[in-house]
Design a protein around this ligand. Structure first.
Ligand code: NAP
Ligand code: F7E
Length: 362
């Protein structure tokens, strides 16, 4: 059989409406793929991050095709795989908020853990019945390392500290087990925190950059946060979706850690972001609300990315201060604060966000 080129490949992406899903869809379409995305039915539009690449369903040769589905619904997942016949599946769908996972643990496990089992079972069944092969990417997380001291790499012991982290460990192990038991090309990308202007507004980085814009626009007086001491390895999401694709093009299915190799505290992020708009006395604008504390916290994550550098040739270009600037500048522009925004200079690695995304994500 003739080898498929990227131009003729089909990818199925769960979580396509999310931060990573939207960047990955753009990345794959640029490479020539046709992207099929699974979206959840909602009573209001949930496709804001995709509007700039959305195509009318009546258009011929569409490169982005959306299907209703849910990771809780095995029948639909199976049906879509048979119907679409994808070459690659990227499982990015998840209840992805760690704090929320303490409030809805059973739902989180159903989607983030059992949802992955549903996908893998459907892929195994499809491969056995059709003789076709499908490569599978699982969005694993540095939250699996939890309390184990860093730097964390592919050999580091998991010690999850939340229902989210526990569910992701189940998903990680199941992905590896299906690879070993049934020979599936199934890999885990163990990604450390990655952010962007498309980051959901309740994750700490975006809450801070958006909060600063709202303070400067006169809409809020303070940002209320929880634990300022936790340290994270924060990278730039568009660079991380490229790593996902690279893992599926690697000669053999293996798991990889992806991060920047440096970490900073939440307080560092706050100080840097306020500093970029010339505010030194940031403590006057930040309040602590214990409701944002977690019953068990992950204190210190920092990636050892030696394997990804060596075997994938992957290395991040955007580091902490520029990432902060990219996010802050976006939020300042979204609130019409052009004068502040212009002061933040960015390198060529910062992706130009389409205007429509800027408006919608306000
Ligand atoms: P995100 O912005 O929260 O997006 C999550 C996506 O999952 C959304 O499209 C959401 O749909 C969808 N989803 C939620 N529940 C679902 C369900 N029951 N069935 C099907 N889809 C569902 O997350 P992200 O930051 O892009 O992260 C992508 C993946 O990487 C997630 O699996 C996350 O756990 C994992 N991860 C993220 C990071 C990070 O730092 N960003 C690091 C490591 C791993 P709606 O739009 O309808 O809500
Ligand atoms: O919290 C602290 C909080 O919610 C980061 C997800 O993408 O990355 C993400 O999970 C830190 C924590 O991200 C607030 O306690 C303080 O220590 O932005 P976050 P996360 O929990 O690290 C991993 C890799 C994933 O896989 C997840 O899907 O910031 N923090 N004050 C706060 N966090 C939030 N959200 N809100 C606060 O007010």
């Amino acid at each position: 059989m003739a080898k498929k080129t990227a131009e003729s490949k089909k990818a199925l992406v769960t979580g396509v409406t999310g931060q990573d899903g939207s960047y990955l869809a753009e990345f794959l379409i640029d490479k020539g793929y046709t992207v099929h995305g699974i979206i959840r039915r909602a009573s209001s539009f949930n496709t804001d991050r995709l509007e700039h690449i959305y195509q009318d369903p009546h258009e011929r040769n569409k490169r982005l095709i959306l299907h209703y589905g849910d990771l809780s619904d095995a029948n639909t997942i199976r049906k879509l795989i048979y119907q679409i016949q994808p070459d690659e599946i990227y499982n990015l769908g998840a209840q992805s908020h760690v704090k929320v996972s303490f409030e809805i643990p059973e739902y989180t496990a159903n989607i983030d853990a059992v949802g992955v089992l549903r996908l893998l079972e459907a892929i195994k069944d499809y491969q056995e019945n059709t003789g076709r092969t499908v490569k599978f990417y699982q969005a694993s997380s540095s939250e699996m390392f939890g309390a184990t001291p860093g730097p964390q790499n592919e050999e580091t012991k998991f010690y999850p500290r939340s229902p989210y982290g526990c569910a992701k460990v189940f998903a990680f192990d199941t992905t590896r087990n299906y690879r070993e038991a049934y020979g599936l090309f199934a890999v885990n990308g163990i990604l450390f925190n990655h952010e962007s202007p498309r980051r959901g507004a309740t994750f700490v980085t975006r809450k801070i950059t958006r909060g600063i814009a709202r303070i400067l626009a006169g809409l809020d007086q303070k940002i209320y946060l929880g634990n300022l001491e936790a340290r994270r390895d924060w990278g730039y999401a568009p660079e991380y979706v490229a790593a996902m694709w690279q893992m599926l093009q690697h000669k053999k299915p293996e798991d990889f850690v992806i991060g920047t190799g440096e970490n900073h505290s939440v307080a560092d992020f706050v100080e840097t972001a306020f500093g970029l708009v010339g505010i030194k006395d940031w403590k006057n604008y930040v309040g602590i609300d214990p409701k944002y504390y977690r019953p068990t916290e992950v204190e210190n994550l920092v990636a050892d990315i030696s394997k990804a550098k060596k075997e994938l040739g992957w290395e991040p270009q955007v580091k902490f201060k520029e990432l902060t600037g990219i996010m802050l500048r976006h939020d300042l522009e979204a609130y019409g604060l052009e004068t502040y925004a212009r002061e933040i200079k960015l390198s060529k690695h910062a992706v130009n966000e389409p205007t429509i995304v800027q408006q919608r994500l306000r």
